[in-house]
Design a protein around this ligand. Structure first.
Ligand code: SF4
Length: 402
C-alpha cells in the first residue's frame, strides 16, 4: 500500500511481477548518427505517428499554496502570494483568444491554508467563500471569452470535482510519485495517497484527466515503475486518463536538484509508453526536456504552449515558440497536430474527428463533456468556430492525415 493510501481508503495494488517487467524496459542504444526519420523504433517502444500540442494561456490564479515542496518555485509565502482579479483573467484570456489559443490553463497550488489571511480576505471581499468557488467564476470568464478551461487546482474531493467539472473541458494533478520522498517533507506535505485519491475522485466523477510523474525528486526506479502502474490501474477502473506527463525536475532558485540525464529520461519515457495503454498520450514539456531526443521512446504530445504568457511554474525556462515545436516534429519525422485541452476521444460525436473511437461513457453519465463546454463548442461566434476546427483536426498548425 502506498504512503497515505489507508487514510483515503485508496486501494491500488501493484503486482511485483509487473513492476519487474517494467524495470526491464528501456530504449536500445540509438545510433544518433542515423537519420532521425529512420529512427522508427527504440528498444521496447515504437515511435509515435504524430506529435500533438495545445495552444494555451497560462493563468496562475493564485500563487498561494498550503504546501512547501522543496523543488517548487511556484508558490509564494503568505504576504507575498498573489490572486488574479477576474478583470486580469479576462485580459489574458482575451489576448489568448485573439492569438488563436483554445485553452485557459488555470494553475495554482493546493488550497491556501489559514496562514494566507490576505488571500482569504480578498476572496471574501469579492464575494467568494473559497478559492474553488472563485475558480468556477474564472472558468466562466474564460468560456465567455472563447477558451476552454483546464484547471489544476491541487487535491480535490469528488464533491469539489462535481462543482468544477461543468466549467472545465479537462482537469489535472501531477501524481509525481507514489513514494514517500524527502522533497515533500515538512509540517505541511502532500502524500501519495492524497494524490491517488484525487485521481480516483476525478475518475468517479467522469472528468477527462491529466496526470504525470516527476523524475529526479529522490524516487527510485522501482518507485517510477509503481507510479506508472498505479496510474494505469486507476485508468483501467475509470477510463479517464488522457495523458501522462513525464517531467524532469530542474535546478532553480530554491533547490539544486540535479536534472536527470537524457539516458534516464529515455528509459523513464520508454517505461511510461510500455506501462500505459495506447490511448493515453505520453507527454514531455519541451521547455524542460530535450524533447526531440525522447520522441522515439514513445512521446506523442508536447503539452501546452503559449504565445502570450510565461510559464509561471518554471519561469526560468521560457516556452519554446511554436516554430520550435514544428522543428521537434520535423526532426522526429512526424507531423505536428494541434489539439484541444480535452482529447478527441472524450468529445461528443458531433465534434470528434472521424477515425477516433469514442471513450466508453463515464459510469455516472452519458457523456464526458458537460453542457457549458459543449455549448461553447457549438456556439456561433468565431471562437467556437476555431475550437471546432481544432477539434476536427484542421486547426492552424495541423497537417492533413497521410
Ligand atoms: S509543487 Fe504544487 S503542491 Fe508543492 S508547493 Fe508547489 S504548488 Fe504547492
Amino acid at each position: 500500500m502506498f504512503p497515505g493510501a489507508d487514510e483515503y481508503g485508496v486501494e491500488v495494488h501493484i503486482d511485483d511481477a509487473a513492476v519487474d517487467r517494467l524495470l526491464a524496459v528501456g530504449p536500445d542504444d540509438v545510433d544518433e548518427q542515423r537519420s532521425s526519420a529512420h529512427r522508427t523504433q527504440s528498444g521496447d517502444v515504437d515511435a509515435p505517428s504524430s506529435l500533438s500540442f495545445s495552444r494555451n494561456v497560462f493563468l496562475p490564479l493564485t500563487t498561494a499554496c498550503r504546501y512547501t515542496c522543496t523543488y517548487c518555485t511556484y508558490y509564494d509565502v503568505p504576504g507575498e502570494a498573489t490572486l488574479m482579479s477576474l478583470d486580469e483573467v479576462r485580459d489574458v484570456v482575451q489576448m489568448g483568444a485573439d492569438a488563436g489559443c483554445t485553452e485557459a490553463l488555470f494553475t495554482f497550488g493546493d488550497a491556501p491554508d489559514e496562514r494566507y489571511t490576505e488571500i482569504h480576505r480578498q476572496l471574501d471581499e469579492w464575494g467568494y467563500d473559497d478559492i474553488l468557488e472563485y475558480l468556477v467564476a474564472a472558468c466562466e470568464v474564460a468560456l465567455d471569452e472563447g477558451l476552454l478551461p483546464h484547471s489544476n487546482p491541487g487535491d480535490l474531493t469528488r464533491e469539489q470535482f462535481e462543482s468544477l467539472a461543468p466549467v472545465n473541458a479537462s482537469m489535472g494533478v501531477m501524481l509525481e510519485t507514489t513514494a514517500d520522498v524527502a522533497a515533500h517533507a515538512g509540517n505541511r506535505r502532500k502524500t501519495p495517497g492524497q494524490r491517488l485519491n484525487t485521481i480516483r475522485a476525478a475518475g468517479e466523477e467522469g472528468v477527462p484527466f491529466t496526470t504525470g510523474i516527476l523524475v529526479g525528486i529522490g524516487e527510485t526506479w522501482r518507485d517510477r515503475a509503481e507510479s506508472l502502474l498505479a496510474i494505469r490501474a486507476l485508468h483501467e477502473r475509470y477510463g479517464h486518463i488522457q495523458e501522462v506527463i513525464v517531467q524532469n525536475v530542474v535546478p532553480n532558485d530554491r533547490s539544486d536538484y540535479e536534472r536527470p540525464s537524457i539516458e534516464t529520461m529515455r528509459r523513464v519515457v520508454s517505461m511510461a509508453r510500455v506501462a500505459l495503454p495506447e490511448e493515453i498520450s505520453v507527454q514531455v514539456p519541451p521547455n524542460l526536456s530535450e524533447a526531440a531526443r525522447l520522441v522515439d521512446c514513445g512521446v506523442d504530445d508536447l503539452g501546452g504552449v503559449s504565445p502570450v504568457t510565461d510559464d509561471y511554474v518554471n519561469p526560468e525556462y521560457a516556452w519554446p515558440a511554436l516554430q520550435e515545436l514544428a522543428d521537434i516534429a520535423e526532426e522526429s519525422g512526424v507531423p505536428l497536430r494541434e489539439r484541444l485541452p480535452v482529447y478527441a476521444r472524450y468529445l461528443p460525436d458531433e465534434f470528434r474527428p472521424s477515425g477516433i473511437e469514442a471513450a466508453p461513457a463515464p459510469r455516472n453519465r452519458e457523456t464526458w463533456i458537460r453542457e457549458p463546454i459543449a455549448d461553447r463548442l457549438r456556439g456561433g461566434d468565431v471562437h467556437s468556430e476555431r475550437l471546432r476546427h481544432v477539434a476536427h483536426g484542421d486547426g492552424p498548425l495541423s497537417t492533413p492525415e497521410t
